[in-house]
Design a protein around this ligand. Structure first.
Ligand code: SAM
Length: 169
């Protein structure tokens, strides 16, 4: 099971980017996202997508991050531009264990670097939590996320031109 812990979410400034983080998490194979600040609108938006497009992705906002981290039984990976190289770091992760991925918004508190089993960089340039998460999950799942089934009310069938959408009752 893969879960995401989003730290430093600022309700007005980060609403779009945290929505994108949650959508990428869901689409690329994570099962849960924890967001430190309470944001009912964000929860509503993500739940609405899940209702329509299926799957069993969960969102929880306003969580106690210290409690989540203390009680986590699996591996903790923090994505940061200061971390170890993706290619070498990812090989060391025990894939049989649950995985919690920490990503920041504003500056991440220093204890995140210490509490994590692995601090992993997606290149050492500053970019985006959305890109970092997508690339990490693609590599971690070896591209298998693409075969995930969601069984939603709305299903989009791949098509070169035009749109093919099935809407189930
Ligand atoms: N300025 C903040 C700091 O110094 O911690 C980081 C802001 S950055 C836009 C937000 C998040 O994107 C980071 O906390 C990290 O999780 C992720 N991120 C950005 N660039 C990254 C990179 N090259 N590798 C891995 N993660 C990255």
């Amino acid at each position: 099971m893969i879960a995401i812990l989003r730290i430093g979410h600022r309700i007005s400034r980060d609403k779009r980017i945290t929505t994108h983080v949650a959508l990428v998490a869901r689409a690329f194979g994570a099962k849960k996202i924890y967001i430190d600040r309470k944001d009912t609108n964000l929860e509503k938006n993500i739940k609405s997508i899940c209702n329509r497009f299926g799957g069993n992705f969960q969102i929880m906002t306003g969580i106690d991050r210290k409690k989540i981290l203390k009680n986590w039984k699996g591996i903790i990976v923090h994505l940061t531009m200061y971390g170890e190289n993706l290619i070498s770091g990812i090989k060391k992760i025990d894939k049989k264990k649950d995985l919690l991925i920490i990503i920041g918004a504003e500056k991440v508190p220093p204890e995140m670097y210490h509490i994590s089993d692995f601090n992993i960089s997606i290149g050492n340039q500053p970019h985006s939590e959305v890109a970092a998460l997508a690339i990490f999950l693609d590599r971690y799942t070896k591209g298998e996320w693409i075969n995930n089934k969601y069984d939603g009310k709305i299903e989009i069938l791949p098509k070169n031109k035009g749109k093919k959408v099935i809407i189930k009752d």
